[in-house]
Design a protein around this ligand. Sequence first.
Ligand code: TXE
Length: 499
Amino acid sequence: MDQLKNHSTLPGSVRPLGFYVNGSMRDAGDRETLVREAPGYLVPVSEVTLCTTSDVDDAVAAARGAFESGAWSRCDAAVRATALLRVAAGIRERLDEIAYWETLETGKPITQARAEIGDAAGHYEYCAGAARMLHGETYNNQGDQMFGVVTRQPTGVVGLITPWNFPFIVLAERLPYILASGNSVVVKPSEMTSTTTLVLAEILAEAGIPDGVYNVVTGLGPVVGQAMSVHPDIDIISFTGSTATGAAVLQATTSNFKKASLELGGKNPQIVFADADLDAAADGVAFGLCFNAGQCCVSGSRLIVEDAIAERFTEMVKEKLARVKIGECLDPDTQLGAIVSKQHHEKILSYLELGTKEGAAVALGGGECEGLSGRYIAPTVLTDVQPNMRIAQEEIFGPVLTVTTFGDAEEALKIANDCQYGLAASIWTKDIDKALTLMRGVHAGRTWVNTTIAGGPGQPMGGFKQSGIGREGGMLGIEEYTEVKSAHIAIGQRTNWIA
Ligand code: TXE
């Protein structure tokens, strides 16, 4: 407890959270609640309402009502663009507050949270422009008597289920894209990290997004998330989370043949060639591993390094990792934050145990960090890893790097692709031929060359194989949430069928 006295910035009391339907914040009432402890400090900070399936029905009805009213779904794109720009401004105004709550509930370092909230605002700004650009196609090539038009229109009500690792930025990578074409939304944040999704409701309302367009139903996945996945009046589900839950969600969506967009797990390769700028690559590998304490779907957790430099490069990575600043999440110097929950912490530790059993050697770290007020795991490097070991195949979702070596580019690609996942990959080389060949060949929705976990709102993201279905972000990310309609328009007198 002594340590906590030093953190005067922790909230003085637990923040009660309601849920948000049709433009109003509703109290928990007699519903059950769940108290959330800050993973970095192990003190209670917020209390989330466990909504019921009937709350889901209310939220979906509000979303449908708003959609049918046309206030948002049929308004001029310029109106939507202006509102989305106001949302971005509102986020930037409240950046400190949002980042603070994001840090408390997730355990991520405050500087990282601040960067994420700023990036989130950028997505709303991008979508403000994109809303005005969204258009269909014309087919003026069908002869004198026919003209073709393809229109895009909002699909309807979107159910958005988000995870705990990036509550605000994952929402920002989807919500403005969904809103840009005029859809209505029901969001279910993770029960561990609901605050900032609710704060956003206030910002959207102030920005002029009509009541009912954005609704937030908090609570447990198997209750609220499941009810959304089977709901007959939700047209699309966008889910970000584990591959196992994603499979259950996908199965549930068949109840009314919803469209589904799923961003799931990853086991992302960092492929390092001997000709790379090794200092930059070592730094990138350290960053890609420690970002969000490895609790990141695009975390670069599999180092695949060329034989000739493997030993030297592993030492370089270890040297970088040993200098990562681990500590209090609210300290602006902290680079590596806490692990989100006790259950997840234990899962990571169990993988470390498994690694040793499978024959890997612990070259760095290998366990918890001592002397801190929350749950922290030290950056860990496991060597002597064979590509088929479970530690090299399964998503550990912590700061744990497996090291495997390769002889040539072909072997590097084989190791990288021999995995159920295909979310992201990073390639480090100064040879343009190798970079492009690997970029083309690797099974990954996102690839980085000579960098990692970089980029802004313009380009789509998503996964190959068991990393998901569909793409979020960019114009594709907006189009995912539209229905395409083909119209054939006769010109002049139609030739009668019956003479
Ligand atoms: O995820 P879940 P969990 C991976 C990561 C992690 C593992 C488990 O490997 O260790 O998943 O994490 C909601 N119907 N990722 O258990 O269960 C849930 O309430 C509908 C990767 O926390 O997938 C939350 O809002 N929804 C990942 C969301 O799904 C359900 C991010 C994600 O939770 C549901 C998070 C159900 N039956 C974890 N059950 C990434 N891709 O970044 C739960 N949910």
